[in-house]
Design a protein around this ligand. Structure first.
Ligand code: ADP
Length: 673
C-alpha cells in the first residue's frame, strides 16, 4: 500500500462542494435612464400606432368625402338630366296641347307618361298666349295653394319671362298645403316664331326628391333642399345620426336660391380599428406591467444576490480565520474541499489536495496502514464521535498528531454526499500532557525517595531498639556462659526473647519494605480500625520514648472501605508523628495523641488529635505545600503526600483547632459501595 502512487483526479476537481461565487463583479445599479428605455420605446411604439390609426382614419374620411362629392355630382347630373328630359317632353307636348283641340289618345298617353311619378312632375298646365289656363292634367285646381302662392298660380312672372326669353324658365319655389313645396317650369311653345302659349310643369320638390334620389343614395346620405332663408323645404331622410360630412350646392336648373344639401349618415361603428386600438392599449398596458414586474423581480434578485455575496464573504472570512482544519470527502473518499487552516497544517495547497484519492500525501508512511484503516472506518460510518487521533506528516516531513472528528456531510436535499472532517493539531497538547505525566512521575519518585529517606531513618530508629535488646540479651547470655553458669531455663528464656526481638525487627523491615515497594495504589476492602491499630504499632516505640500516650477511640463495627491499606497506614503514621512532634514543648503528662474513628455522612472518618502548640494562621495556608516544614530535620512532604493519598481515594484531609489546645486532623474516606 505504501508503494501506491498518489492518485490525483484533477479532471473532476471542479466538483468542490463550496463553489466560490464568481468574483464579485462591480454590481453598480444601472443608471436611471436605463429603466426608462423600455418605457420610452413603448411610448414611441404606441405613438406610432396611434399616428398610423389616425392617418388611416383621415384617409378614410377623405375617401368618404371624395365619394360624397362624386355621388352628389352624379345626383346633380341625374336631376339636370331629368329636368332637361321633362322640359323637352313638355315642349314636344306643347303644340298638341295648345292646338285647342280635344286631346287625342296619343297626347293623353304622352301626358300621362310625362306625369309619371319618376319625372317629379305632379301636374301639367297649358296656357294660351295670354297666360290663361287652357287645360291641365290632372284637372286644374288651386285649392292646394297657401300663402303668397295663392292667386299667382301659375307664376305669372315665370310665364312672362319664359315667353319673353323664349326658353324654359323656372319659377320660385312656394309652399303648398301639407308642408309640400312646389315650383314650376314654364316652357314657351312657338310655331315657327309665333308664340302659341306655354306648357307649365308643376314639380313637387318632395316627390322629386323621393323619386329621383335612388335607394342606395338615400341609404348613405340625407338629401334636403333649403330655400334662400335657409329653411328646409323638402327632404329625403331616414332616422339616423348624421356625420359632419356635408356638401351643399345650388339646385340647378330651378335656381332661385334653392340649395341641395347632402349630409352623410354617420358610419357604423368601425369595430376593427377600435378593436385594434383597444388591443393596442391592452397590449401596451400588459407590456408596461410586465416590464415593471420584471424590474421588481430584477431588483429583488439583485438584493438577494447582494445578500448572498455578503453571506458568502462572511462565511469565507469565518472559514479562513478558523484554526481548525476542515476537509470534505465524497462517498468514495476523494477530497472535495479543504479550508486554509487544513492547508496550513499539512503544507499542501487546496489545488493540490482537492480531487485526490487515498493515500493522501500527508499520511505519514510509517503509519500508512493504520491511517488507511481509520480512513476506511470513517467511510463505513464507524468513526467514533469523540474523534480519533492519527499521526500525519507535513510537506516538510515533520510529523504531527491530529485529532480528527468526522461527521456525515448532508446536502440541502438531505442526501448523504460524503464526509466532513475537522482536524485539530494536538501535537503540542500531547507533548504538554506527556511532560505533565513525566513531571508527576518525577514528583512521585521524589516523594517516594523522600519518604524512603524518612523511612530509612525511621527504620534505623525502629530497628535500634530490638537490635539493642538482642545485643543486651546476647551480652547477658555470654556473661552467664563465661561464669560457667548454664541455667537451662534462664538461657531458653533469654534466647526466646532474642528470637522475639529478631522477629519484631523483621516485621519492621517487612512493613517498611512493603511501604517503599508499592507505588501504584491497590484498592481492597479494608477495616479502618485494623489499619489504625497497625499504624499505632509502628509508632508505639517512639511514642514511649517521647512520653506520648496514644489513645484509641474506635467505633465498632465499621463498614469496609475500598482503600490501599499501606497508604492509609502511611497517612495515619504521618499524622501521629506530626502530632507527637507538635507536643515537644507540652508538659509530659499532657502529651497525648487521640485516634478516633466514626461513621459520618456516608464517609468513614478518622481523626488524630494532639495537645500540641496548634497551627498558627501564617502556617495554615502553606501546610500542604510540598517541602514546607518548620522542623529542623523535616522534609515538608508528609502532609502533601497525605493529601494526595486522600484525593486518590476520593477522600478529604482537613484540620481544625483542638478546643482544649492543639490540632485535630480529619481524614475522611468514602465507604465502599
Ligand atoms: P514535616 O513533618 O517534614 O515538617 P509535614 O508536611 O508533615 O512535614 O508538616 C509540615 C509542617 O506542618 C510541619 O513542619 C509543622 O510545622 C506543621 N504541622 C504538621 N502537623 C502539625 C500539628 N499536628 N501541629 C502543629 N503543626 C503541625
Amino acid at each position: 500500500m505504501a508503494g501506491t502512487p498518489l492518485q490525483s483526479d484533477k479532471s473532476t476537481s471542479t466538483s468542490v462542494i463550496l463553489n466560490p461565487l464568481p468574483p464579485s463583479s462591480p454590481s453598480t445599479p444601472p443608471p436611471g435612464w436605463y429603466w426608462s428605455l423600455p418605457y420610452a420605446a413603448m411610448a414611441l411604439f404606441i405613438a406610432t400606432m396611434a399616428a398610423l390609426l389616425w392617418l388611416t382614419y383621415r384617409q378614410d374620411t377623405e375617401e368618404q368625402r371624395a365619394t360624397l362629392i362624386n355621388d352628389v355630382l352624379w345626383m346633380e347630373q341625374n336631376l339636370s338630366f331629368q329636368f332637361d328630359r321633362n322640359s323637352s317632353q313638355l315642349s314636344q307636348l306643347g303644340p298638341a296641347l295648345l292646338s285647342g283641340r280635344t286631346l287625342d289618345s296619343t297626347t293623353a298617353a304622352r301626358l300621362k307618361n310625362a306625369l309619371d311619378a319618376d319625372t317629379g312632375l305632379i301636374r301639367i298646365l297649358w296656357l294660351n298666349q295670354d297666360g290663361a289656363v287652357l287645360g291641365a292634367g290632372p284637372p286644374y285646381t288651386d285649392s292646394h295653394l297657401v300663402g303668397e302662392a295663392a292667386g299667382t298660380f301659375p307664376s305669372s312672372s315665370a310665364y312672362r319671362l319664359a315667353r319673353s326669353m323664349g326658353r324654359p324658365v323656372y319659377s320660385d319655389a312656394y309652399a303648398v298645403i301639407d308642408n309640400q313645396t312646389q315650383f314650376e317650369a314654364h316652357i314657351p311653345v312657338f310655331d315657327g316664331g309665333r308664340y302659341l302659349g306655354s306648357v307649365v310643369g308643376v314639380y313637387s320638390l318632395n316627390s322629386l326628391l323621393s323619386r329621383q334620389v335612388p335607394w342606395w343614395f338615400s341609404e348613405r346620405y340625407r338629401v334636403a333642399v333649403t330655400n334662400t332663408a335657409g329653411t328646409e323645404v323638402a327632404a329625403k331622410s331616414k332616422v339616423s345620426p348624421l356625420s359632419s360630412l356635408n356638401y351643399e350646392m345650388a339646385l340647378e336648373p330651378p335656381g332661385h336660391g334653392l340649395t341641395l344639401s347632402i349630409t352623410a349618415y354617420k358610419n357604423e361603428v368601425r369595430w376593427i380599428p377600435l378593436l385594434l386600438m383597444g388591443s393596442l392599449g391592452v397590449l401596451a398596458t400588459a407590456i408596461v406591467w410586465s416590464l415593471w414586474q420584471l424590474r421588481r423581480h430584477m431588483q429583488r434578485r439583485q438584493a438577494a444576490e447582494q445578500a448572498l455575496r455578503a453571506e458568502h464573504a462572511f462565511r469565507k472570512a469565518m472559514e479562513d480565520s478558523l484554526n481548525t482544519g476542515m476537509r470534505a470527502r465524497d462517498l468514495k473518499g476523494r477530497i472535495t474541499y479543504v479550508n486554509p487552516a487544513f492547508c496550513r497544517m499539512v503544507g499542501w495547497s487546496a489545488e493540490e489536495l482537492v480531487g485526490r484519492h487515498p493515500p493522501m500525501p500527508y499520511w505519514a508512511p510509517e503509519s500508512l496502514e493504520q491511517t488507511l484503516a481509520v480512513h476506511e472506518m470513517v467511510l463505513k460510518g464507524n468513526a467514533p464521535v469523540q474523534g480519533i487521533e492519527v499521526r500525519l506528516m507535513r510537506r516538510n516531513g515533520e510529523r504531527f498528531d491530529a485529532l480528527m472528528i468526522e461527521a456525515p456531510l448532508i446536502d440541502s436535499d438531505g442526501k448523504h454526499i460524503g464526509w466532513m472532517g475537522s482536524m485539530v493539531d494536538v501535537t503540542e497538547q500531547n507533548k504538554a500532557q506527556e511532560l505533565a505525566r513525566q513531571q508527576q512521575e518525577r514528583l512521585q519518585a521524589t516523594a517516594r525517595l523522600v519518604t524512603m529517606g524518612e523511612m530509612a531513618s525511621t527504620l534505623a530508629h525502629e530497628l535500634n531498639q530490638p537490635l539493642a535488646a538482642i545485643s543486651s540479651y546476647n551480652t547477658g547470655c555470654i556473661n552467664l556462659i563465661e561464669q560457667g553458669q548454664l541455667p537451662r531455663q534462664e538461657l531458653l528464656g533469654i534466647l526466646a526473647k532474642i528470637g522475639k526481638q529478631a522477629q519484631r525487627a523483621g516485621q519492621i523491615i517487612r512493613r517498611v519494605h512493603a511501604f517503599v515497594r508499592r507505588s501504584e495504589p491497590k484498592f481492597e476492602p479494608v477495616d479502618l480500625n485494623t489499619i489504625l491499630r497497625e499504624a499505632v504499632g509502628l509508632v508505639e516505640a517512639d511514642a514511649q520514648r517521647q512520653g506520648v500516650s496514644i489513645g484509641l477511640d474506635l467505633a465498632s463495627p465499621l463498614p469496609p472501605v475500598a482503600a490501599d491499606p499501606v497508604m492509609i497506614e502511611q497517612v495515619a503514621v504521618n499524622l501521629i508523628r506530626n502530632g507527637m512532634d507538635a507536643m515537644a514543648n507540652t508538659p509530659r503528662a499532657e502529651r497525648q495523641v487521640s485516634l478516633r474513628t466514626r461513621h459520618q455522612d456516608g464517609m468513614l472518618v478518622f481523626s488524630v488529635a494532639d495537645r500540641g502548640r496548634g497551627i498558627p494562621p501564617e502556617v495554615a495556608g502553606k501546610l500542604f505545600a510540598p517541602f514546607f516544614t518548620t522542623k529542623e530535620e523535616g522534609m515538608g512532604m508528609g502532609l502533601n503526600i497525605c493529601r494526595s493519598i486522600a484525593e486518590l481515594h476520593r477522600g478529604r484531609l482537613s484540620f481544625e483547632a483542638h478546643p482544649a489546645g492543639g490540632t485535630i486532623f480529619n481524614f475522611s474516606l468514602p465507604i465502599a459501595p
